[in-house]
Structures are given as C-alpha cells and as structure tokens.
Design a protein around this ligand. Structure first.
Ligand SMILES: [Zn+2]
Ligand SMILES: [Zn+2]
Length: 534
C-alpha cells in the first residue's frame, strides 16, 4: 500500500497523487499546471489504462484540467466527485479543451508560414466529452466503497461550490490505513458557499494544501467595503474597474458583493453603474450556482433566497455572449465595472480589456485572487510597468489594486484550525500545493505548533503506508525553460533517465531474497555502470 506524490509538489498547481492498495490504483486529482513550471513533475508511473479510479476534490483546473488528457492516454474508469463538482466540470473541461484547440490552431497558422509541421492540441473537445461522460457523483457525507480495498467519503471544505476534502480508507492483506486529502481548504468568510470547512477526526496520514501556509489574511476591513472604495474611486475618475476573475467561483462572489453595494447604495453619484460579465463560461457557472443544492449555501445566502432575493443578480448586469459584444464594451465611454476571465490574465477576453485600460491613469485593474508565479497577472500585481499584449508594448499607467484577504484559501491559522480537527495524531502530515518555500515553512509550523510529523514531498516521492517508510525521496528537479525543441527533448530524456533510475531502485528492493550468486553479479553490473559514467 503506498502513496506517490506527483503534482503540486513544492508548487501550487497541477495537483495529482497516486494511491495503490492491494493491486487497486487510483489518482486523487488530475490537475493542469498553470503559470511557470517550477519543478519537473514525474509522469504517472502506471499506464493510464491500468488505473482503476480518479477522485476529484473540486473543479478548479489545477485539480481537474488534465482529466481529458488522462482519457486520451487510455484511462477508461470512473471519476468520482460531488454533484456540484461534476456540474462545474462539464463546463470547465470543455472550456479547457476549447483553449487547447484554439492554441493549436494559432500555432498551426503561425507554423504554416514558417513551414513547421502540424501542432497537435494537448487534448480535444472529444477527449473532454469522454472525461465528462465518466463523471460519477457522490454526495457529501456518503461513505462509498469504490473498490474492494478502497472506501471514500467527501465532505464540504468550503473553497468552491462542490469542493471537498476526501477521506480514503484502504485495506491490504487485512491491514487498514486511512489517508485524508484536504483538497483546497476554504477561507471562512467567503460569500455564497458554506463557511466552516468540515473537520475530520481520524487519519493515519494527511495531505494538506499550503497556498497561504506562511501568511495571515488581512481582515481589517470587509472585502465588500474595499470593493466599494475601488468602484467609487475609479468611476469618479471616469475610468473602468477591470476585475480579472476566475469565471467559476470568484465572478459569482463579486456579483454577490456588487449586488450588496448597489442595494446599500455604498457607491455615491453613479446610480445604475453598469457591470459587464464578459465571459461565456462565467454566465454558465452563474446558472449552476443558481440551481445548486441549498445545503451548499451559507446562512446569509439561504436567507436571501428565502426572502425571494437572487443573491448574485441585479438589474444593471450586462452579459456579453459574442466577441462583438465583448469588443463593444471598450467602445462605450461610460465608466463601468468589467468582470472577465481568465483570473490570472493568461488567456481569454480579459487580455483585450487590459489592452484598453492598462495605459489609462483613470482606470483600475483589481486582482481578487491568487496570481501564480510567471503569469501576466502576477507580473502586473508585482508592479511591472510595461507588458506585452497582442504584439504591442503597453505602458501600465492605471491603478493596480487588490482585495487583501479575498481568497478562496484558508490562511495559516485556517489551515492549522482544520488540522486541529484530528483528535488522534496522524502518523504524518504531508504538505503540498504551496510555493516552494511556503511548503517547508508550513511543514515546520505544523511540527512545532501541532507536534505532528510533517513533510513537504517533491514530485516522485513514494511512501509505504503500512510500514510508514519512504520508498523514494527525491529532490526537486528545477524545470528549465524549454526554449527550443532541443531543450524540450533534453528535458524529456532526463525525465526518462530518472524513471529508469526509479525502476532500478524498485528492482533492487525485490533482490533481497535472490541467491547470493545472482546478487553478486548484479552488484558487479551496477558498479561497472557507475564506473562508466562517473
Ligand atoms: Zn481550488
Ligand atoms: Zn488548487
């Protein structure tokens, strides 16, 4: 019985962990890396066709985005997730596939001019549809046996609609172990969804995220008041307030706040200021939020619904569906609020709004969520004064703002509080889903503050859950920028070499009971190999 850490190891994105027990193997999350790749992720060491299940903590792309690729590579089994996560994945995986296809189109158009051969998308809308067809809903709180050696239960972790921490019970040769995956732990004062992440009382092992594991959120002023200040200031100057916002989750929260701002007349002198939602996916996601199970909502939102108030809708919302609608937004000089995706400014319509507003001192770009290293959003957030968009250098003259404390993630205290829920001390707390140093800092904190053993594994780390020992404990391999095809090939080759090294170690572990004669020869062969390359 073992766990292998593959993705979001010493970095924030690309969550993926392999569990094996009694010959049954499955993944917890199958996420896509976003922004700059910091460390090389090991390939899943099992052919996808031989995996038995996937458990999905929530719909965010850094947890779900590689599912279509997994199916493309031969996986054909179930993907278990909560009903709301399944609903959100239907739109998000399709959107990811559309992005992959249009990027491939762009490369091919560019390649044609320079005579380069066909560029294949990472995966297609057909692959996404296959993944969607394999989604299997499991409701919060239900204990479900998904294989002879695996039983699971999802509980609300209050990070995104449908988000869950997952308890996994495993058996092998009559021995039991339980591992709990935190998923992304929610921030307790978010609007719309429930506020207090479900605690788990028992676990042998825990994998906990650490996005904000070395920081505390600033709660000195409610987010809704700060947002009202930004709207007031920007509209007074005659500019636009541009909010790069994840289409799913953050956009609905912003709509919730703006409804409240309008209802309480918190912005003066701009009655009926228009609010544009310029993201087709955001509009689909809003519909899913409006139809979700009441149990997923917090008390305040449920009270609004009971009073007949739509919590995320108001009269002055303008929806842009077509790209013509989108372009018209910037032709109209009326000061306005624009919500658009993607949240980290890497793709999508937001880039057009940035092009039209970054150079304007009267406008504001307001960040309302985590910006991964290497993304355009992060560079703007860090104060870069000139950026390149659509082959044009654009001077950044607008106000750059952010809503402190506005995060879907718990801060250090929130994570600590969640870990305090374990009444019996887990044997080990593994820390992932944080920037390199943050994972280490939070692991140290867990040891000192909670007296628990904690460790931040790099990709490729293997741990025996029965014997509580590391089977492989590699260092992280910094990802090199793949500038040329040659560079990419070298990285792939190095990755292959590492895999063979791991194979060799696996083989050595089986050699203990072999005859001395065989092992003597084996030692000689390995020594010769070492001599040859050292
Ligand atoms: Zn998330
Ligand atoms: Zn995440």
């Amino acid at each position: 019985m073992k766990v292998t850490f593959l993705g979001a190891a010493h970095e924030v994105t690309g969550s993926c962990t392999l569990l094996e027990s009694d010959g049954v193997r499955g993944l917890v999350d199958c996420g896509m890396e976003q922004g700059q790749d910091i460390f090389v992720n090991q390939e899943i060491p099992v052919p996808p066709a031989e995996l038995d299940f996937v458990l999905l903590t929530h719909a965010h792309v850094d947890h779900s985005g590689n599912l279509p690729l997994l199916f493309k590579k031969g996986y054909d089994g179930p993907v278990y997730a909560t009903p709301e996560t399944c609903n959100l994945c239907r739109i998000m995986l399709m959107d990811c596939a559309h992005i992959q296809e249009s990027e491939a189109d762009w490369h091919n158009r560019k390649g044609k001019r320079s005579g380069k051969k066909d560029y294949e998308p990472l995966y297609t809308t057909d692959d996404a549809q296959t993944a969607i067809d394999h989604l299997r809903p499991i409701r919060y709180g239900e204990k479900v046996q998904i294989a002879e050696s695996f039983t699971v239960r999802f509980s609300d972790i209050c990070h995104l609609l449908g988000s869950a921490c997952i308890e996994v019970w495993m058996t092998e040769k009559g021995r039991d172990r339980k591992m709990v995956f935190s998923g992304d732990v929610g921030n307790y004062d978010q609007p719309i969804i429930r506020d207090v992440p479900a605690k788990v009382a028992e676990a042998d092992f825990v994998l906990v995220e650490s996005t904000y594991g070395d920081r505390l959120h600033d709660r000195s002023k409610p987010s809704v008041e700060r947002l009202a200040d930004y709207i007031q200031r920007t509209l007074d100057r005659g500019g636009n307030l541009v909010i790069p916002s994840f289409a799913v989750g953050r956009t609905q929260e912003m709509l919730y706040f703006i409804r409240e701002i309008k209802e309480k007349n918190m912005v003066k002198g701009h009655d009926h200021f228009p609010v544009y939602v310029d993201s087709p996916m955001a509009n689909d996601a809003t519909a899913i939020y409006l139809q979700c199970d009441r149990d997923c909502l917090d008390d305040a939102t449920r009270a609004l619904v009971d009073a007949g108030v739509n919590p995320i809708w108001f009269d002055d919302i303008e929806i842009s569906v077509t790209s013509e609608d989108s372009k018209a937004i910037n032709e109209d000089p009326v000061p306005k609020v624009i919500l658009s995706a993607s949240g980290m400014c890497e793709a999508g319509r937001i880039r057009h709004h940035l092009k039209h507003n970054l150079w304007r001192p009267e406008s504001t770009v307001l960040f309302v969520g985590y910006q991964a290293v290497g993304t355009l959003g992060r560079r703007l957030y860090d104060g870069e004064k000139k950026v390149r968009l659509f082959n044009e250098d654009i001077q950044v003259n607008c106000e750059i703002g952010f809503l402190p404390g506005k995060s879907g993630h718990a801060d250090r205290d929130g994570l600590t509080e969640w870990l305090r829920g374990f009444l019996q001390k887990p044997k080990m707390v593994f820390v992932n889903h944080g920037e390199d140093k943050t994972t280490e800092v939070f692991a140290d904190w867990v040891e000192q503050e909670l007296g628990l053993k904690a460790f931040a594994p790099y990709s490729g780390t293997e741990f025996d859950l029965i014997e509580s020992v590391f089977l492989a404990c590699p260092e992280g391999i910094p990802a090199k920028k793949e500038e040329s095809a040659g560079g990419a090939a070298a990285t792939d080759l190095y990755r292959l070499l590492q895999q063979r090294g791991d194979d060799l170690m696996s083989l050595i572990r089986t050699m203990r009971d072999k005859p001395n004669k065989t092992n003597r020869q084996f030692v000689k062969d390995v020594e010769n190999l070492l001599k040859k390359y050292q």
